[in-house]
Design a protein around this ligand. Sequence first.
Ligand code: SAM
Length: 263
Amino acid sequence: MNDFIYKKSLGQNFLTDLNVLKRIVNSVPIEKNSLVVEIGPGSGNLTKELANVANQVLCYEIDSRLELVLDENLKDYKNVEVIFEDFLKSDIKEDLKNFNYDNLYLVANLPYYITTPIIEKVINSKLNFKYITVMVQKEVGERFNAKPGMREYNSLTVYLNYYFDIKREFIVSRNSFTPKPNVDSMVISLIKKEKLLYLKSEEHFDNLIRDAFRFKRKNIRNNLKNYDLEKIENILKKYNYDLTVRAEDLSLEIFVDISNSLS
Ligand code: SAM
């Protein structure tokens, strides 16, 4: 790795602190016959720790310059497979058909420039990930974990909270990486909810929350002016709100209720 030129454009900040690597792996209650998917193994630091506790590990790495390094670093780990491909272009459902597993997890130190598209892709795949434990930029982690009324609460928060219980694991200092990034990081777990709230249409719900938060300073009446405002007002009344409320004050349950009344 000595002459490796790190690509900032690929979010290449490698985690070099063994304690942190072990803490990430220990955050995930990996059960028997497990398959862990890792996005962006880099030089394989986290991969090795995962391979020590999981039955199988499947990695996606976009940068084929890392092939020799990974071959060397992972040569003693027969339970790891690396696909050299852009994860966002991969057919993960098809790839997973080659594996036999009972418990599926995603663990990764994510490339920060595509955090949201990766998470959206994983959710949309409808694969049964029990735990998604990822390192993200600290500010992004705060957003995932925000509660109504907080500055960080936005459409992504509501979207994630529909599918998962969100658990803030711990903060990681920028000094734990090579090269050192400009931001601190957070490890956060998205834990699959046993029972989802009933939704008539996930697509309608997605569009509704996106539109409700479109302009941060505008209220529901303005952001949702193309929706049936009378019906929305009736739902809001149940919760002691009116159309002047802002999306950032409304809980997941209220958005679900509104979406079901409109779709
Ligand atoms: N897992 C390593 C670690 O913890 O030290 C490296 C993590 S580094 C933050 C992100 C990794 O994601 C890099 O290896 C980078 O090349 C890879 N990557 C970036 N974009 C990717 C993509 N679209 N698909 C798959 N891997 C990607």
